[in-house]
Ligand binder design. Structure first.
Ligand SMILES: Cc1ncc(COP(=O)(O)O)c(C=O)c1O
Length: 217
């Protein structure tokens, strides 16, 4: 989201007195850090959740929350009752890494990961330019691990996603992310942990599937 969009959302939340949960574990994977909703909060209506999963270790399943003390205290209390809290081994591991690195080294690490994913994203988009031009449209991801794609000439993504799966290519179906859970011609590709060759194969398979469905030679 752009800074302006966040400000607009924040103003709507103010107008209707709504709390905002800013679930933002990909924040530090952006090429330019757009201010967070939490940083715009003057009323104490934003609860921000972040995670070490995308930046240090997915297996640790450890995150952190900021927000008004009354709410964060309740969340922490609830978590202790529900799950007993995150694994102590994960907490100790992450704590020791962050303690040893200190703030500056931790931020350097985040910048390195952002640049690593930017490179992965560049490779994916180069294959998309090669194979998908005219078959799909996209706005380049400016960070994170994912590239959204609009499939042209089809009204929903399910048949495409099914055929891709049969060919060994797994993509996320866009409808999962839609509030109304309605079909739409969008899919989400991940460039996080696939090799260049896998990307090329996946993207060319997507091109073949779309051509087959649309009856293009
Ligand atoms: C938007 C979003 N929020 C939260 C999470 C969960 O993070 P964690 O691994 O810390 O449970 C994910 C993980 O995929 C995510 O995509």
């Amino acid at each position: 989201m752009t800074e302006q969009r966040k400000r607009d959302i924040y103003n709507i939340a103010r107008e209707f007195d709504i709390l905002i949960l800013e679930d933002d574990p990909y924040y530090f994977l952006q090429s330019t850090l757009v201010p967070s909703l939490l940083s715009m909060d003057t009323d104490g209506r934003v609860i921000r959740t972040d995670s070490f999963s995308k930046t240090l270790s997915p297996g640790c399943r450890l995150g952190f929350t900021f927000g008004p003390k009354q709410i964060v205290d309740k969340l922490a209390h609830n978590q202790h009752l529900e799950s007993g809290g995150p694994s102590a081994i994960s907490q100790m591991l992450i704590y020791k890494v962050v303690e040893a690195w200190g703030y500056d080294k931790y931020l350097d690490h985040l910048a390195k990961i952002a640049s690593f994913y930017k490179q992965r994203s560049d490779v994916l988009v180069s294959y998309m330019d090669k194979y998908l031009t005219g078959l799909c449209e996209w706005t380049r991801a400016t960070g994170g691990m994912f590239q959204w794609v609009t499939l042209l000439g089809v009204d929903k993504s399910e048949p495409v996603v099914d055929r891709l799966m049969k060919s060994g290519v797994f993509v996320m179906d866009g409808f999962i992310f839609s509030v109304e859970r309605t079909s739409r011609p969008n899919i989400r590709l991940s460039f996080a942990c696939v090799s260049d060759d896998q990307m090329a194969k996946a993207v060319s398979t997507l091109a073949d599937v779309l051509k087959e469905i649309r009856g293009i030679e």
